[in-house]
Design a protein around this ligand. Structure first.
Ligand code: SAM
Length: 264
């Protein structure tokens, strides 16, 4: 779409993709198929929307900025391009009543982590997600135990999904250019969990608390939830930090906490 008079809104993390080569590469990675049920978050001026809409029968987009939804209607106006003028963070994705959703988007970086957590609650309806995020966030999503990038986001995403870094994108592909590198991540919710979890809420609590003070040992960070004897009984060293635990350890700890909460 042409360089128009759209007033760029920083609060909505508006960095628009301009490099046609990069846009083509991203669309190739997404590989849209005619009957796919695709939802694009933050279509902006349509850099990805236009080529993707050419390949599918129908496309849903969620955009918060009224000026941009107007621009999209003017430039692509078509009954099969369904524009939801809404906040993607508050959107109820179950409205789509579909079980094979494909979510894509060059996400607003400011809300990318809370948005990923919001989307996790719809994981059973989602086939896969291809998002552009800050490269550093993608590295955190894909990080392995024992690295400095490994944290709450890594554990929560990797318990429920497979995640893979697909492409790194330099700031000059956008206008205005962001200050950091970006990357495309492919996130695929798992149809079967890796380890049996008794309760999602307990898992969320234990993972959050364990990483709330990264420097603390598990014995200290989890002391209001589990005592030293209980942690040891699960076969976990109480002197390690959260960053050294594997996903299966977090599952064990949260199942212990869940049983304890249920019995009390
Ligand atoms: N997809 C376009 C592109 O690649 O050029 C725009 C990407 S830009 C990084 C992020 C887009 O998300 C903007 O269009 C912005 O207005 C929109 N946005 C920001 N916050 C949003 C929210 N909470 N819900 C929906 N869209 C949002």
């Amino acid at each position: 779409m042409q360089a128009d008079s759209h007033h760029i809104r920083k609060r909505f993390s508006q960095n628009f993709l301009e490099d046609q080569n990069v846009i083509e590469k991203i669309v190739d990675i997404i590989n849209p198929q005619k009957s796919d049920y695709i939802i694009e978050i933050g279509p902006g001026k349509g850099a990805l929307t236009v080529p993707i809409f050419k390949s599918v029968d129908k496309l849903n987009v969620i955009e918060i900025d009224k000026d941009l939804t107007k621009l999209l209607k003017k430039n692509i106006g078509d009954k099969n391009l369904i524009i939801h003028e809404h906040d993607a963070l508050k959107f109820d994705y179950s409205n789509f009543k579909h079980t094979n959703l494909r979510l894509i988007g060059n996400l607003p970086y400011r809300i990318s982590t809370p948005l990923l957590f919001h989307l996790l609650s719809y994981k059973d309806m989602i086939k896969n997600m291809f998002f552009m995020l800050q490269k550093e966030v993608v590295e955190r999503i894909c990080a392995k135990s024992g690295t400095k990038e490994y944290g709450r986001l890594s554990v929560m995403l990797q318990y429920y999904c497979d995640a893979e870094l697909m492409l790194i994108i330099k700031p000059d592909a956008f206008f205005p250019s962001p200050k950091v590198d970006s990357a495309i991540v492919k996130i695929t919710p798992l149809s079967e969990a890796k380890y049996e979890l008794l309760n999602d809420k307990s898992f969320k609590i234990i993972v959050r608390e364990a990483f709330s003070q990264r420097r603390k040992t598990i014995r200290n960070s989890l002391k209001t939830f589990l005592n030293e004897t209980e942690i040891k009984a699960a076969g976990i060293d109480t002197n390690v930090r959260a960053e050294n635990l594997e996903i299966k350890d977090f599952v064990k700890l949260s199942n212990l906490y869940q049983k304890k909460a249920r019995d009390n």
